[in-house]
Design a protein around this ligand. Structure first.
Ligand SMILES: *[C@@H]1O[C@H](CO)[C@@H](O)[C@H](O)[C@H]1NC(C)=O
Ligand SMILES: *[C@@H]1O[C@H](CO)[C@@H](O)[C@H](O)[C@H]1NC(C)=O
Length: 319
């Protein structure tokens, strides 16, 4: 690992590096070219959406995953633990999307925790399984890792921002192989769309040993209220990733009233991150044993609804 060759000289880092190399480096040559990424549905709370279903996934997240060569399996929030274990053995990664669910008491939080624990155990046993959290999904990852909801008000609602990259960003896996020009643009141009009232303050992150041990801090941003919040994180020993911003909107959402970055650099950023995550999924060898079951469970048997006249999304899948 590049990170390790840099840090390996430091005695204190030796353990983390060799451990990380073991987890992250495993299965390096084994490739699954038919990945399936699971996406947990979100509970519908918006009145205008209720007539279509009780849970939903905005189509932009589905397109984002599909754009990088993966299929999508929607995962409902009403199943049993045994059913989730069964799903886990068939999918190659998990995407926790944005939304407005409670981080501790909602079904979204409950089901995320089941998958989080399965993913921890699998990765520890050498069974590679990536997890990505976007916006609420990232916040949830910090709750799962620390065991506490440490969020504070960190308003960045409907604003596009450059990222304040940390040193760790330049040896991160997420941004590995990014063209130099894009790394520059990422720090100067408003390429990341933010839609959150809450966030995790950098200070709270740094004061929490569990979070500091688990995640590298890859980028930070300032909220409108002056709070410096974490905006990108990456697991040190586990293939877990989190962004407080929304990479999927750069290519797949177009509401005129919302600050979605659509510049060439914004599109490139979104494409490369989708490719990165799906490549992580290609390292998982979980699969459906029965092609008929697979066909029934994937997103293809659902049809998205045109939602441009009652939501900020053009299309939404309802379940
Ligand atoms: C970027 O982060 C550094 C270190 O935390 C901080 O000193 C600096 O003010 C930040 N810059 C911007 C533009 O956010
Ligand atoms: C949105 O547009 C669709 C398709 O034209 C229509 O069927 C639906 O009633 C509209 N919904 C609202 C809330 O206007």
């Amino acid at each position: 690992m590049r990170l390790c060759s840099f840090l390996g000289v430091l005695f204190v880092w030796g353990y983390f590096c060799s451990h990380e190399a073991k987890l992250i480096g495993r299965n390096q040559n084994i490739v699954n070219d038919r990945p399936v990424i699971g996406i947990l549905t979100q509970i519908v709370s918006d009145a205008a959406m209720k007539q279509y279903g009780s849970t939903y996934i905005p189509a932009s997240y589905v397109k984002y995953i599909e754009s990088a060569g993966s299929r999508v399996m929607p995962i409902k929030l009403t199943l049993t633990t045994a059913q989730y274990e069964n799903i886990f053995s068939r999918i190659n990664g998990l995407l926790l999307i944005g939304g407005a669910s409670d981080l501790e008491t909602s079904d979204f939080a409950r089901v995320s925790k089941i998958f989080y624990q399965l993913a921890l155990k699998a990765n520890e046993a050498g069974d590679y399984f990536p997890v990505w959290g976007t916006c609420l999904g990232m916040q949830l990852l910090t709750v799962l890792v620390s065991g506490h909801n440490l969020l504070t008000r960190a308003t960045a609602v409907n604003v596009a921002l450059p990222l304040n990259l940390t040193q760790a960003a330049f040896s991160s896996r997420m941004f590995d192989g990014f063209p130099k020009e894009l790394m520059k643009a990422l720090q100067r141009e408003p390429l990341t769309g933010h839609f959150h009232h809450y966030g995790l303050a950098v200070k709270a992150f740094k004061q929490n040993k569990d979070l500091m041990d688990f995640f590298s801090l890859v980028s930070t941003n300032f909220g409108e209220n002056g709070v410096n919040f974490i905006s990108t994180i990456e697991g040190k020993q586990f293939p877990f990733y989190g962004v407080q911003w929304h990479p999927e909107v750069n290519r797949f959402q177009w509401d005129h009233t919302l600050s979605f970055p659509h510049s060439p650099h914004a599109v490139q950023l979104s494409s490369l991150l989708a490719q990165f995550f799906v490549n992580e999924g290609r390292r998982s060898l979980h699969k459906f044993d029965d092609p008929k079951e697979e066909a029934l469970k994937l997103i293809y048997s659902y049809t998205p609804v045109f939602a441009g006249n009652f939501s900020g999304y053009e299309q939404i899948y309802f379940f």
